[in-house]
Write a protein that binds this ligand. Structure first.
Ligand code: LER
Ligand code: MN
Length: 271
């Protein structure tokens, strides 16, 4: 069954980012539960910023899952990327992600690779960057597998990476490189920029799609932009998608209205 989640950001450097709640953890859990979400997706400043016990206590109190945990703080706080020209920096990036995978795994949650994938450029060819990315995903996917969770790789739009921008292309690349235990994050904001047809791109991702960022064309709550969600949800049903629709969106016009609109949209398409 498809589940719902809301993003909760605790990273000061991303205070203006596309996350629905920016409150302290306890308040974020209260709000997610009050609105009726199934889970939270966490964006945390460090792998050890909170204890597993603290988060599990909040989960138990509010009846919420942890849908996923982002690793982007490694980029926004420390500038770490898996495709950095410097081998030492790549190693630090891998270690940072492995620590986040370990932390998330102890809660049976997958971690996400977004901005830490980096980009190619003057010092690094695209082939070289993709080679490093594939090598890192093999190691990290295996580490996640020890917790029986996948590792989530998110293709981003062209303004955030020049590696792989489309879901179908990412699926082909994951299969061609035999990246076991890697699933794709289909972020409908990035897809609105990059895909010819978002629903067809979901079909192209098929069973590799393991997480969805449910955002309208303008990264507002679904229904506050110009995306037609109906054919996209139909495509997700066709591919038997049964993970999470997570609202990685701006809290506009305010967080509560955006949260309520997200659930209204999901319920209108899924019931
Ligand atoms: C992360 O999920 C994402 O979508 C990126 O745009 C953040 O940089
Ligand atoms: Mn995203």
């Amino acid at each position: 069954m498809i589940k719902t989640a809301v993003t909760l950001c605790r990273v000061a450097e991303a205070a203006a980012g596309p996350f629905l709640f920016h409150n302290d953890l306890a308040t974020g859990f209260v709000k997610a539960a009050e609105h009726g979400f199934d889970a939270v997706e966490l964006f945390l400043p460090e792998p050890n910023a909170h204890s597993v016990a603290e988060i599990e206590a909040l989960q138990a109190e509010y009846g919420l899952g942890v849908a996923a945990i982002g690793t982007g703080a490694g980029m926004v706080k420390y500038g770490l990327s898996l495709t950095d020209p410097d081998a030492g920096q790549r190693e630090k990036a891998t270690q940072y992600i492995l620590e986040m995978v370990e932390f998330a795994g102890r809660m049976q949650a997958p971690a996400i690779l977004g901005s830490m994938q980096g980009r190619w450029g003057v010092e690094v060819s695209r082939d070289q960057a993709l080679g490093w990315l594939a090598d890192a995903l093999k190691v990290i996917g295996e580490a996640a597998g020890k917790h029986d969770v996948p590792f989530i790789y998110e293709p981003l739009n062209r303004y955030e990476t020049n590696l792989i921008n489309r879901v179908g292309e990412a699926a082909d690349w994951v299969r061609a490189n035999d990246l076991g235990n890697i699933v794709l994050l289909a972020d409908m904001f990035h897809m609105n920029i990059e895909e010819v047809n978002v629903a067809d791109a979901m079909r192209a991702g098929g069973d590799l799609i393991g997480h969805v960022h449910y955002a309208d064309s303008n990264r507002h709550a679904m229904g506050f932009g110009h995306t037609d969600a109906a054919p996209v949800i139909e495509a997700l049903k066709e591919i038997a998608y049964d993970a999470t629709l997570s609202a990685e969106i701006f809290p506009l016009p305010d967080a509560d209205q955006a949260a309520a609109q997200t659930l209204k949209s999901i319920r209108s398409h899924l019931s």
